[in-house]
Write a protein that binds this ligand. Structure first.
Ligand code: ADE
Length: 255
């Protein structure tokens, strides 16, 4: 899968993504990240990409033309809105706090694409007209405001790439799947067996796989109930786990 990132800070995106699992996937040619500097498409000799907002107000606005030129160079498409060609348009994601809030479901959906383009905004925003012309998806990574779209695009690329076949090893996918059944992850332990007076739960040392699986499921339920109770409405539990969850609810709310 190919990711393209239109940005004013290409080094930030490149450096941030070329590590760990994604770095391995890039080296193996399963994914690629191509950053493009919007400034290279500036129209003046000082390489300006922003201008004062019409109507006044603080801050600067990123101008439409350099972004559009950058998009044209990437895609070869000059009139995306009127494209009547049978070729499917590459989705363009604009990162913005007013977009749809990103989640695992969306990561899986984006991972079906062969190519994706991210547009990272800066300053007070981007001229609305170029957004209307090229953007297909408006996405936020949460209800807070960041200084630009680079970190959100990196967050999204990481989550999406993990859903691309071949990026995770079998073992790693197993772990993600267990999170994706809608529950939070169970607690993990490694050596030593006792640390700061705290022992590793006995069952994990038992070698009894069924008991370990049951214990982990119950701890996942405990954790989800404690930290993200709203997720419990969507989860499908097997018989044994439902029974455990019912008991847990009875204990905390005997009515
Ligand atoms: N740009 C600034 N803040 C953002 C956020 N929370 N999500 C996506 N893009 C952003």
């Amino acid at each position: 899968m190919k990711f393209h990132v239109m940005t004013l800070f290409p080094e930030m995106v490149e450096q941030g993504l070329h590590t760990s699992i994604l770095g391995r996937a890039m080296d193996a040619g399963i994914i690629s990240v191509n950053t493009v500097n919007i400034r290279d498409y500036s129209e003046d000799k000082h390489r300006h990409v922003d201008d004062y907002p019409y109507g006044g107000g603080a801050g600067m606005v990123m101008a439409a033309e350099p972004i559009f030129k950058c998009y044209e160079a990437l895609t070869g498409v000059s009139s995306p809105k009127n494209a009547s060609s049978p070729v499917k348009r590459t989705r363009v994601v604009y990162l913005t706090p007013w977009g749809k809030v990103f989640n695992q479901e969306m990561a899986k959906d984006f991972a079906k694409e062969e190519e994706l383009i991210f547009l990272c905004g800066h300053y007070e925003g981007v001229d609305e007209r170029v957004l209307e012309e090229i953007v297909t998806d408006y996405v936020s990574i949460g209800d807070y405001v960041l200084s630009g779209g680079e970190l959100p695009s990196m967050v999204m690329i990481d989550a999406i790439a993990r859903m691309v076949p071949g990026v995770l090893t079998n073992e790693e996918s197993g772990e993600t799947e267990s999170f994706m059944n809608g529950l939070l992850e169970y607690p993990q332990y490694t050596r030593p067996e006792e640390w700061h007076g705290q022992k590793v739960p006995e069952v994990l040392l038992s070698g009894h796989h069924a008991k370990i699986a049951e214990w982990r499921m119950q701890r996942s339920i405990d954790r989800t109930v404690q930290y993200r109770p709203e997720l419990m409405d969507e989860v499908e539990l097997d018989k044994k786990s439902s029974k455990y969850y019912r008991e847990l609810k009875k204990q905390s709310d005997p009515e």
